[in-house]
Design a protein around this ligand. Sequence first.
Ligand code: NAD
Length: 486
Amino acid sequence: MRIALIGSGYVGLVSAACFAELGHEVTSVDNDAAKIAALERGEVPIHEHFLPELLKRHHRKRLNFSTSIMESVRASEVVFITVGTPQSETGEADLSFVEAVANEIASAIDGRKVIVEKSTVPVRTCESIRKSLLINGALPDSFSVASNPEFLREGTAVLDFLYPDRIVLGADDDYSASVLQEIYSPLTNGSYYLREDAISFTSSTAPQARLILTNAKSAELIKHASNAFLAMKISFINAVANISEAVGADITEICAGIGSDSRIGAKFLNAGIGYGGSCFPKDVQAFHAVANQCGYEFGLLTEVMRINAEQRRRFLYKVRSALWTLRGKKLAVLGLAFKGGTDDVRESPAIAIVEALLREGAQVRVYDPAATAKARLIIPKDGVLYASDPYGAAEGCDALLVLTEWKEFANLDLDRVRSILKYPIVIDGRNLYDPKEMADAGLLYYSIGRAVGVPRAMSSTVHSREATHLCPITSSASLQPAVTAL
Ligand code: NAD
């Protein structure tokens, strides 16, 4: 199948490389000429496992790059829209990129095309794309519009695409349904997994991806509802963590207890500093706005967003509790990406916390394995130094803060950390360590939803009340006076 993808970001580029891997002839399009030129030179603009390998394997064979929507649409049978759908000021999804692309596609259509919306969009966007194509001159019989929401996660995007939990196809006519099913057939019939050169996650079994074929509106709602549900899981466990912390229970054990119930599942039950990234914050807001437009006040989502915002403020409160005042303090920060395994810093809680620390007069020395270049463009320059490894960040600092769950941050040499910090204080927003292990290593260890790990030498000065009542269980309103707004 000849496929064009309009938008070569995290979703568009990964999908393009994976469609080429499945045997299709693919053009990955973007209006960012510099990005396309870099891709042409063989550079990989995002940090994503297996992506360099796939681009190398298929570039100039089954995968090409272009800045021309006109040429790429004309050369393709199927056109995926993979541009961004950011949050507008009112909280709704801003669909202006989707509309601009739909308008350009309309003038390029020169034969039967299937236009597939892969970006995350509000329900009924397929209808709007259809209307847009028609008023811009496309003939009614020359196209179908379908929905194929994407569920890949940054950091594991290639494997998520090639080994999906499910593939959702929202088609309102038989032609687009059959074309989309053909595109994904190597995954749904399992033939891809039998290939010797298949990108593999060491599974010896050959799975078959599950296909859910539905109409466009249901597919659109599946995506928004899925992301809202996952965000709800995160806020739920963070709320439980706050109770756990107040009574001196252990949220990691509580998560294991809850998550081992197969009706609930263990994923997305990690307490921390809240969700971020380019999807959950905007998608929960947008789904809330969709509900409003339908006349339904989705109060549950309002609470999900409130808990998430409060979680960052609670972390800052915790830093202040551990360090007293922040003005002039030197703080080491591990992690800037919104989660481990990616260089994406969009809506990263880590960045928001770093900015709040800077506003409070702290100096910050940061390290992230992949996100530094992107973070530099956002974080104010004054008061920030960039280190080349975790120990370079920690050297001489008053405390070490862990803000992103990179795997390498979970395996630090604790003796070294203790010896290079000015004070042996670690405040972990991602619960990467066991409090007892940290205390045994001589580190005063604050985490989320668990008692403080207090080294034996400090046990007479750090009281158990402090250990269990780090942050009062209060509404965010009563936390406000004590902490800088985030
Ligand atoms: P992105 O910002 O990384 O990429 C979007 C790309 O579209 C950019 O390269 C931009 O230059 C390009 N673009 C914008 N307007 C264009 C135009 N008129 N012509 C050609 N190219 C244009 O975005 P992303 O993270 O890939 O997300 C894309 C969509 O997929 C969003 O709706 C997002 O919510 C959804 N999504 C993202 C993820 C994720 O993890 N990033 C996962 C699932 C779904």
